[in-house]
Write a protein that binds this ligand. Structure first.
Ligand code: GLU
Length: 263
């Protein structure tokens, strides 16, 4: 049997806060208990929000907390070709279609009675019905488009169908969180995904992709999110939970571990 593998996968679109520290520490603890590996992955495909400086800062914060992880760290923005290959496989199954809609058009055409698990109107399917000739003409004219998964053709799982036809290739970044996370968990042999409850509903999408691609579905555990309460207990300033700021105030890694319930 392969050694269990756990990962902490921050997106460097802001500073790490106590919620991240909790997630990372929990992964480390569970990996240690399972005699497993612990990896850190930088999820920076969204170049509209992530920066290399914030990625460096995140790693420095984790090191300051006393964590160590396997090298090299996988940085998603350096592996876009891996995500393209996966997208091509899904396209080859006839499960992706181009979508030209703007956010405004989606809202205007959406069924007001329906909401996806994040509370947004699911995609109304407008571009799924476009004739091939129209699609080809619009692509040829250079009109920007995303690629959506035809969820109804991909699965019968109600939890995934509730999301509607999710975007798998964004207009602006040529891939998506869903594709990148599923690809990397597979390529890195991740056996246990431990992350916050905010991502629990999205797991249904990830499982659909894993089945289509023939990947093993890892064990999933979604932990409670750490609120500002813990930050207030530790911090001198109001609502501070950024690790950087706590550190600057003189809070020690040991105090952070204790406050988060790790002795
Ligand atoms: N990069 C995601 C985030 O920071 C986490 C992804 C995951 O754990 O699957 O919210």
């Amino acid at each position: 049997m392969a050694i269990p593998a756990f990962r902490f996968a921050p997106s460097p679109n802001g500073e790490l806060h106590l919620g991240h520290a909790y997630s990372a520490l929990l992964n480390v603890q569970l990996a240690a208990e399972a005699g497993g590996r612990f990896l850190v992955r930088i999820e920076d495909i969204d170049t509209t929000r992530c920066t290399p400086e914030l990625a460096e800062k995140a790693l420095a914060d984790l090191a300051w907390l006393g964590l160590s992880w396997e090298q090299p760290v996988r940085v998603q923005s350096r592996h876009l070709a891996d995500y393209s290959r996966v997208q091509e496989r899904l396209a080859g199954m006839g499960l992706l279609y181009p979508c030209f809609c703007s956010r405004r058009e989606i809202v205007a055409n959406a069924d007001p009675a329906r909401r996806d698990p994040e509370g947004q109107p699911p995609y109304p399917g407008t571009c799924r019905a476009l004739p091939c000739s129209a699609v080809e003409a619009r692509i040829a004219s250079g009109e920007p488009h995303a690629l959506r998964l035809d969820m109804g053709a991909a699965t019968i799982d109600p939890a995934a169908l509730a999301w509607g036809d999710v975007v798998l290739v964004r207009k602006d970044i040529a891939t998506s969180y869903h594709v990148a996370v599923v690809t990397d968990d597979h390529l890195q042999g991740i056996s246990h995904v431990v992350r916050g409850k905010d991502l629990e509903a999205a797991t249904a999408i990830h499982v659909v992709l894993q089945r289509l691609l023939g990947y093993v579905t890892p064990h999933y555990h979604h932990h409670e999110l750490i609120g500002d309460e813990t930050g207030r207990k530790l911090s001198k300033s109001e609502g501070a939970s950024s690790l950087c700021r706590l550190r600057a105030e003189g809070v020690t890694p040991a105090e952070i571990r204790r406050a988060l319930g790790f002795a």
